[in-house]
Design a binder for this molecule. Structure first.
Ligand code: NAP
Length: 288
């Protein structure tokens, strides 16, 4: 593995040390996260390059494809280096139309944990996020039954650490009355700032916040303010968006997705940009 030090340094999820610059594998599956990638070898190359460049945090889910990204990760990287931590999530299935129906009953969760173990080729999952809500975002409601099922699997030794995804602050608080969590993975980026308070509250507790869609996801971030600041810094807008997240709070971990080794390298270089306080204040206007 290269000794490159990645922007942002490291963070510890429970007892797992990961680089704050991680990699999100969702975009490696086919269009709309269904089926195999158009370029199988290209997908393997991106995963291998990520690890070669020093990334030790890969985010995935067995629902991607379904099963496609987990199998790609296994093909590209198994046996895994000891430093690499693969974070997966359970709580949603896929339907024929590419939808993401919830699957949070105990039986579905147990099956999904076993399928993740099988497809990733692991005996223990390092960190499992319980994926809540729906495609519209977090939805209110108790997490007790689903979270308790994952705690049971954790007690059986199949899961090391737990987190929540697509969760409301109330659901985070409820889960924490049941068992410790080490991260929350919700949608957040320069233009979607609904979790500002939650991020700060988690930072105070030493819990990681992992924004999904850091670059806007299926609708790439577009903002004249972002373009202006990026032009002033002679950087790509995507670089500024990632650098802003790293500077936003020390508990933010990045998992930008890409199917391109060129973009992967650009994103790593770009996330290390130093954004001045004046530029940060200007960028702050985008989502406020
Ligand atoms: N918990 C959840 O419910 C949930 C939901 C969604 C996602 N996630 C996780 O979050 C991760 C990140 O989300 P995401 O990948 O969907 O969205 P994202 O990171 O916001 O954006 C990825 C998109 O940006 C493009 N991109 C990346 N780098 C670029 C660059 N330098 N220049 C131009 N375009 C660039 C990619 O295209 P190219 O392939 O062409 O680079 C891809 O289309 C996922 O991989 C997944 O692991 C979790």
């Amino acid at each position: 593995m290269a000794s490159t030090s990645l922007p942002g340094g490291t963070w510890t999820l429970g007892d797992l040390t990961v680089t704050r610059f991680g990699y999100g594998a969702m975009q490696l599956a086919g269009p709309w996260v269904m089926g195999p990638p158009a370029d199988h070898d290209g997908a393997l190359a991106v995963l291998r390059e990520a690890v070669e460049l020093g990334i030790t945090h890969i985010d995935t889910a067995d629902a991607y494809g379904p099963h496609v990204t987990n199998l790609l990760i296994r093909e590209a990287l198994h046996p895994y280096p000891a430093s690499l931590h693969i974070v997966t999530k359970v709580g949603a299935n896929r339907d024929q139309q590419g939808g993401w129906p919830p699957a949070r009953d105990p039986e579905s969760l147990r099956r999904s944990v076993h399928e993740n173990l099988e497809n990733l080729g692991l005996d223990v999952l390092g960190l499992v996020n319980l994926r809540l809500g729906n495609a519209e975002g977090p939805q209110p409601g108790s997490v007790a039954e689903a979270f308790e099922t994952l705690v049971e699997l954790q007690q059986q030794g199949l899961i090391r650490h737990l987190g929540l995804s697509n969760a409301t602050p109330e659901q985070v608080a409820e889960a924490q009355t049941i068992a410790p969590i080490v991260c929350v993975q919700n949608m957040y980026n320069l233009a979607h700032r609904q979790d500002d308070k939650l991020i700060d509250a988690l930072a105070d507790q030493g819990i990681a916040y992992v924004p999904f869609f850091p670059l806007g996801g299926f609708s790439p971030l577009q903002s004249s303010v972002l373009s202006t600041v990026a032009a002033r810094l002679e950087a790509a807008p995507m670089s500024v968006a990632l650098a802003w997240l790293l500077q936003r709070s020390p508990n933010i971990l990045l998992i930008p997705g890409t199917s391109s080794t060129t973009h992967l390298r650009e994103n790593i270089a770009g996330a290390g940009l130093s954004v001045s306080n004046d530029d940060l204040a200007e960028l702050d206007k985008i989502g406020r």
